[in-house]
Design a protein around this ligand. Structure first.
Ligand SMILES: [Mg+2]
Length: 419
């Protein structure tokens, strides 16, 4: 059952909204463990909905593709941006917002079968050729787009048709490289007309609203591989999210200017693991003792914890501190120190999220660079794109800080990362 205390990530949510490419499969192959994990998630009672921004395929085609790779899926577990577009426009009424019913709206489509079928099934009159007018122009991914289609779409928008985009993706990741995506085709129409489109697909909200309408979810979890679409979209909705590293985004990307996920894990299998939420808050006065215990257990100095509590952050799981870090301001330069993760929850993304939270906080305070000293975690920080530099090349305020001169062993390496 769902609930905060569930021992699996999936069990804490009533629906999992899963991105496909980079999460469930890569190219033409399923991600290892994806099929078994999704079966286990369903058995445990969580609803599964696959979300894809690709509007060219129908749900049947998407489900067939998944089954071909060995991943069980039914068409009603698939939400394409085409279906979400049809849902959005249908919800406005057959004749459009604020208009009397009785007339079917006409739609000129740049797109493939997925969006054309979805709009026709939703009761729209899909018009082809070179109609003199239309109520709507819907742009999706279309591998046979040509100048006449772009010209017709542009003329219709100039004449008053409302412009709607199934998704904003600039490119499509093909085996031989990036192909122009729906967003690139859309750009031709917006560049020509200056029109501002209604965008449906991730990271825009209509796709997510369509997902909860279909699942009835009250507490969904967005699972994705892209910070700029899956995770940013979930953050804008105020929902939890889980980032996997089997696709586009890498751990180091979390330190750049982004919305942070609730979980950052190697792959989809973590849905059935007991991974704690990696959310951090500023430490409170009564956290001092527990922070000191956590640092002590991690072999770090707990001296002066109370004095720097105002610069300390904690990941608190219902009263148990799972991770902590401190971000000091040394003459305007950021110094990350005292980063510790409780031993029994190491390797579950909390260290990455702690460092990402430190970077976000440092940027918020106007710091351009994060420095640290490490004795045992040089490899961990290298993976997050920190560079090891001679101490002599540190900012003087960091080099001369009490932490550097008195508390750090001489063997600790100095590392920096620009923000
Ligand atoms: Mg993806």
């Amino acid at each position: 059952m769902t609930g905060e205390r569930s021992t699996t990530v999936a069990g804490r949510y009533d629906a999992l909204l899963l991105d496909l490419d980079g999460v469930v499969y890569r190219g033409a192959r399923a991600v290892p463990g994806a099929a078994d994990t999704l079966d286990a998630v369903r058995r445990a009672g969580s609803r599964v909905l696959f979300l894809t921004n690709n509007s060219s395929r129908t749900p049947d085609q998407v489900a067939d593709g998944l089954r071909f790779m060995g991943v069980r899926a039914s068409p009603d577990e698939v939400l394409t941006s085409a279906l979400a577009t049809a849902d959005l426009l249908r919800a406005e009424g057959p004749a459009g917002p604020g208009e009397a019913t009785g007339r079917r709206r006409t739609v000129f489509v740049i797109g493939e079968r997925g969006i054309r079928d979805a709009l026709a099934a939703a009761g729209f009159d899909v018009v082809d050729g070179e109609p003199p007018s239309a109520d709507l122009v819907v742009v999706g991914w279309d591998r046979s787009v040509d100048y006449p289609k772009l010209r017709t779409a542009t003329l219709l928008v100039e004449r008053g048709a409302r412009l709607v985009a199934t998704n904003p993706d600039a490119s499509y990741p093909a085996p031989d490289g990036l192909w122009p995506g729906a967003g690139a085709i859309l750009a031709a129409v917006t560049t020509a007309t200056g029109a501002t489109p209604t965008v449906v697909g991730k990271p825009a909200a209509p796709m997510f609203r369509a997902a909860v309408a279909r699942t009835g979810a009250e507490r969904p979890l967005v699972v994705g591989d892209r910070l700029d679409t899956d995770i940013a979209g979930a953050a804008a909705m105020g929902w939890d999210s889980l980032l996997v590293f089997t696709g586009a985004s890498r751990p180091a990307d979390l330190l750049d200017d982004v919305d942070l996920p609730t979980y950052a894990v190697p792959d989809i299998r973590s849905l059935m693991d007991d991974v704690p939420a990696g959310t951090f808050r500023p430490a409170a006065p009564d956290d001092a003792e527990r922070v000191a215990l956590l640092l002590d257990a991690s072999g770090l100095s707990a001296d002066g914890v109370a004095g720097r509590l105002g610069s300390t952050f904690v990941c608190d799981a219902g009263g148990t501190l799972l991770a902590t870090f401190a971000l000091l301001n040394e003459g305007g330069h950021g110094l990350l120190r005292s980063l510790a993760v409780r031993e029994d929850v190491r390797g579950k993304g909390l260290g990455i999220l702690a460092t990402a939270n430190a970077a976000m906080e440092a940027r918020r305070r106007g710091m351009a660079r994060l420095s640290l000293f490490s004795e045992t975690a040089e490899g961990f920080f290298q993976a997050l794109e920190f560079r090891t530099i001679p101490r002599g090349e540190l900012d003087p305020s960091i080099r001369e800080s009490a932490h550097a001169r008195e508390e750090c062993a001489a063997s600790a390496v100095a590392m920096v990362r620009d923000l």
